[in-house]
Design a protein around this ligand. Structure first.
Ligand SMILES: [Zn+2]
Length: 146
């Protein structure tokens, strides 16, 4: 069984990752691009959302984006999305800046897969709970230096 040793970081810049307009699902390998690549069909809710011009890519003869293997978010099961400014939190401690913040951690794990045993699910839940307990605060790096 292959292990995950390195998640690729995907940075969509200030606009943030492509997301479904209806259910807010993040772009993933199971979304399909339609209308020549100008819209993306959500694999969760079926809604078609427009694709920003800077993310547009023509579809190949197989109906898939021609850059699918150049974009980790379209070909990898797990990626790390760089947080866009709307998810940056103003320091809630002493300085009140919006400068460099400690990274927040978002854990998402699939628990509907029939191959998962109850024991595996319990271990994941425990690991998730522990990680929340040791997760950094949103105290900014300036406050941590004091
Ligand atoms: Zn959706």
């Amino acid at each position: 069984m292959a292990s995950i040793t390195h998640l690729q970081v995907v940075d969509f810049g200030p606009a943030g990752p492509l997301r479904c307009q209806r259910c807010k699902a993040y772009v993933n390998p199971f979304m399909t691009f339609v209308n020549g690549g100008r819209e993306v069909s959500c694999n969760f809710c079926g809604h078609n959302s427009p694709v920003a011009e800077e993310y547009f890519c023509r579809l190949g003869p197989d109906g898939r984006r021609q850059d699918v293997y150049e974009r980790p978010e379209l070909c990898c099961g797990s990626v790390e999305f760089a947080a866009s400014p709307e998810y940056m939190v103003r320091c809630s401690f002493a300085c009140g800046t919006t400068g460099q913040q400690n990274k927040s951690i978002l854990h998402v794990y699939e628990c509907l897969c029939p191959s998962r045993t109850d024991a595996t699910h319990r271990q994941q839940h425990l690991a998730f709970t522990v990680s929340l307990l040791i997760a950094p605060t949103n105290e900014c790096t300036e406050c941590l230096r004091r």
